[in-house]
Design a protein around this ligand. Structure first.
Ligand SMILES: [Ca+2]
Ligand SMILES: [Ca+2]
Length: 476
């Protein structure tokens, strides 16, 4: 039997395999030379399996045990039966994303390849939710022709083959003496009234300018464009302009428009319209970027419920604000409230950073502290029977004495930047220098770690250290 690289001559036994799921195994077998087989049946958990040319395809969808029975009858009618068990464990990839994505300079990375950007120390990993770019492919990157784009005012508009933020082309408008624009009006985008939309575009100018009309969103209700009039300070470098608005009552379509003052040339590329109250990274128009997950498995190899410390740097983003959907999990063991869940993250319903441990009865013990300013901060969560505490930048922000620590963790994996189940609660920001220790580190070490302003050292108590400097390899 061969499955996921596992090949075994089976007898009446039990086998354990660790494979990505779902997986299909092939079962084939040979009778001894002097036996002529008249009939063979294969059953998996009591269900008969069809064969093609004597090869039985067995599908493993979930991590469970599969009882496989083989019933063979020879030409004399003599029946032979035997069975064996396959215990399937899922071999989870540490990082997943079921689509391509783009880094912040417009470079595409393939599915399941993490994005690394400039971090606190070297590079950091970006863990983001999915999105759909509602613009057309060409409006978003101008790689095909000029369709879907035009503008208001006098300007010469062409596809520039020499300048691009993404791919090889951008849309260029060379202005005259009066203000002019680039817009997506030729192919307006359908919208739903009452839904928040965020528009974004990378633009650069032939010279710095403050464009008074700025980056607008026009709804199909012409009398309603309040809050759309956003001044844009353009520079000679590609800059991303981002504005969020709720589609007004009666709106059913919209277009984006970037204005320039006269006597300038401007370039447009990397445009996006997404139905979210904040911007996420760009993806090609007409496509969906799937959510990202990062998980460490098994958590039992690096941590116990009884004592531990996790240090991690997070680039706290502007969009972590009251009222945004979903919590934002810096790390998590378990996905929902219940016995054995540990998690650290941002809760937008109270606008606080939260560190919670759920005891064996599912009772929550939570420290909530003020969210620090946007930018890089060191978050340290520490627990033991004496105390659980949350530190930000080497300062103890909150603690609880004698917490009731659970016997077991709620999950077998520890996730970073997201929930462990269906991709969810993504932080949508950069995470760097993730260190897990199997003891409650003393105060002085936590303070020194921040004050030294260096990557966390790996020592005898470090059970996992991820630098995210271009790969997911643990620091040796
Ligand atoms: Ca790093
Ligand atoms: Ca382009």
């Amino acid at each position: 039997m061969a499955v996921g690289g596992f090949t075994q001559d089976v007898e009446d036994e039990s086998y354990a395999v660790t494979i990505p799921l779902p997986a299909t195994g092939e079962l084939s077998f040979t009778a001894t030379d002097d036996v002529e087989l008249a009939e063979v049946k294969v059953l998996v958990n009591g269900e008969s399996v069809d064969a093609t040319e004597g090869v039985y395809a067995i599908t493993f969808n979930t991590a469970t045990s599969y009882v496989i029975e083989i019933v063979a009858k020879d030409s004399a009618g003599q029946e032979t039966k035997f069975s064996f068990k396959v215990e399937v464990t899922e071999d989870k990839k540490p990082f997943t994303r079921n689509s391509a994505a783009y880094t912040d300079d417009g470079t595409q990375v393939a599915a399941d390849v993490p994005r690394y950007e400039t971090g606190k120390f070297g590079q950091a990993i970006f863990i983001e939710e999915g999105t759909t770019n509602l613009l057309t492919e060409n409006q978003s990157s101008v790689e095909i022709d000029t369709s879907g784009l035009s503008g208001a005012g006098t300007a010469t508009r062409t596809r520039d083959t020499a300048t691009a933020w993404h791919g090889g082309y951008s849309y260029q408008a060379i202005g005259g003496s009066s203000p002019f624009s680039i817009y997506t009006a030729p192919q307006k985008t359908s919208v739903t009234a009452g839904t928040a939309y965020t528009r974004s575009v990378y633009v650069k100018s032939s010279a710095p300018q403050s464009s008074e009309l700025g980056f607008m969103m026009w709804w199909n209700r012409w009398n309603h464009w309040t809050a759309s009039n956003i001044r844009a300070n353009l520079t000679t470098d590609w800059q991303r302009f981002v504005v969020t608005e709720i589609a007004p009552s009666g709106a059913s379509s919209a277009y984006l428009e970037m204005f320039s003052n006269g006597n300038h040339t401007i370039w447009w590329d990397g445009a996006q319209l997404e139905a979210k109250p904040y911007a996420t990274s760009w993806t090609l128009g007409g496509t969906t970027r799937e959510a990202e997950t990062l998980s460490i498995s098994p958590v039992s190899s690096i941590l116990t419920t009884q004592q531990g410390t996790i240090d991690v740097w997070v680039d706290v983003p502007d969009f972590w604000k009251s009222g945004i959907p979903n919590s934002r999990r810096i790390w998590s063991i378990g996905n929902a409230t219940g016995p054995g869940m540990y998690w650290l993250g941002y809760d937008p319903t109270i606008n606080k950073i939260v560190f919670s441990i759920y005891d064996d009865s599912g009772i929550e013990q939570t420290i909530t502290v003020d969210k620090p300013s946007a930018g890089w901060h060191l978050f340290t969560a520490r627990w033991s029977n004496n105390e659980m505490s949350l530190w930000i930048d080497g300062v103890k922000m909150g603690s609880k004495t004698s917490p009731s620590l659970p016997t077991n963790f709620a999950d077998t994996i520890l996730t970073i930047g997201c929930r462990p189940d269906t991709p969810y609660d993504n932080v949508n920001t950069l995470i760097d220098d993730f260190r897990v220790s199997n003891r409650a580190r003393p105060d002085a070490e936590i303070q020194a770690l921040y004050q030294n302003n260096q990557p966390a050292p790996k020592d005898a108590d470090t059970t996992l250290k991820l630098n995210f400097d271009g790969n997911l390899d643990p620091q040796p």
